[in-house]
Design a protein around this ligand. Structure first.
Ligand SMILES: Cc1ncc(COP(=O)(O)O)c(C=O)c1O
Length: 360
């Protein structure tokens, strides 16, 4: 066999659906105003960078993660106000928690259900676990379609229902009464994905306490540590115990755990950043409302979805002016000609608004 045949032999081992798909796209943003993936725009002050460097330098990187991860889990549980009788498990970002949940529930014929459009990883992860994904379209105003959700739950009996709350990419929270109905009708788990909780007037802890099949997933990414990769899942002890069994044993590195602890020790800094981003979101929303040729949707996240006449053209023109947003058009028919604009610092938002106005 020659080299080419050996490579073919290797490729033949991969699943057809894996070979037919693309890796998750990460846009290059070198030198641009980067407003595409809901990152927190703020760096630590020079003083805190120095202190963090000292802390990280002192970490025993020769050892596998152990107590440091447990300390971080306990600190996150306190930070989130985890109720009695609940437990927490950590992921390398909440992306990994979605994979872990899928893996732990991947019985033959299992269905994962979510309202759509929503965060794409629920569907991608379900597919890779051999599960069927059922997307139930949101209404035109991006509110939950209660009757359609209840009907789909009855028909498909999903093992996992994901509710991104606030929802990515639409940015909104949904009617609490409809969520309560969905939770009551769910035959399996309901995961409240609160990735954008730092910017929203929402907290699903009370819902989880009333209904122990509800799990709460959060992340330190939007809080300000997207590069560090720490997600956490809180829920009834018995349920979290099962999820934890499929967790790769050392999935949160000692450096990540230390950086996470450091951030929680400076939670006032991050709270102030979130408050600033919420204020900037209202400023950007008002500016978009006043701009002809664009329709923004109200948001409780650190992003705003907005519809324009020709998203591909506007996206390209903004990029040419050095501002990177996300063209969400292709993700779902309901998002036709929609741009998803992450809220940045005051200066970044000023640059974004100028580029957008000139690009419409
Ligand atoms: C709703 C939602 N959940 C989870 C994630 C993933 O976050 P992480 O960085 O923790 O993997 C995202 C990322 O954008 C998201 O929008």
């Amino acid at each position: 066999m020659d080299e080419k045949e050996r490579i073919e032999q290797g490729l033949a081992c991969f699943r057809d659906d894996v070979r037919a798909t693309h890796a998750y796209p990460v846009q290059s943003a070198e030198g641009m105003v980067k407003l595409d993936v809901m990152e927190n725009p703020f760096r630590l002050s020079a003083e805190l960078q120095r202190k963090l460097g000292e802390r990280l330098g002192a970490v025993a990187i020769n050892r596998y993660p152990a107590e440091g991860t447990q300390r971080l889990a306990a600190a996150l549980a306190r930070h989130a106000g985890m109720p009695q009788g609940c437990a927490i498990t950590l992921g390398n970002g909440s992306d990994e928690l979605i994979t872990m949940l899928g893996m732990a529930c991947a019985k033959p014929g299992t269905v994962v259900l979510a309202p759509t459009p929503t965060f794409v990883m629920y569907e991608i992860s379900a597919r890779y676990q051999g599960q069927r994904f059922v997307g139930v379209p949101l209404r035109a105003d991006f509110e939950l379609d209660g009757p359609a959700m209840l009907e789909a739950i009855k028909e498909h009996r999903p093992a996992i229902i994901y509710l991104s709350y606030p929802n990515n990419p639409t940015g909104n929270l949904w009617d609490a009464a409809v969520i309560e109905q969905i939770v009551r009708a769910a035959p399996g788990l309901v995961v409240m994905d609160e990735a954008y909780q730092p910017f929203a007037d929402s907290d699903s802890m009370a819902l989880m306490q009333r209904h122990p099949h509800v799990l709460i997933m959060r992340t330190m990414s939007k809080f300000g540590l997207a590069g560090v990769r720490i997600g956490y899942l809180i829920g009834n002890e018995a349920l979290i115990h099962e999820v934890d069994k499929v967790r790769p044993p050392f999935n949160v590195s000692v450096l990540n755990a230390e950086a996470g602890m450091f951030a929680l020790e400076h939670v006032d800094v991050y709270d102030a950043q979130a408050a600033e981003l919420r204020a900037q979101r209202e400023r950007v929303f008002a500016a978009l409302r006043a701009m002809p040729g664009i329709e923004p949707y109200p948001s409780q996240g650190n992003m705003i979805l907005a519809r324009v006449a020709d998203a591909a053209k506007t996206f390209a023109a903004m990029k040419a002016r050095g501002v990177l947003v996300k063209n969400s058009s292709a993700a779902h028919p309901a998002l036709a000609n929609c741009l998803r604009i992450t809220i940045g610092s005051a200066d970044e938002n000023t640059a974004m608004l100028a580029a957008l106005e000139a690009s419409l």
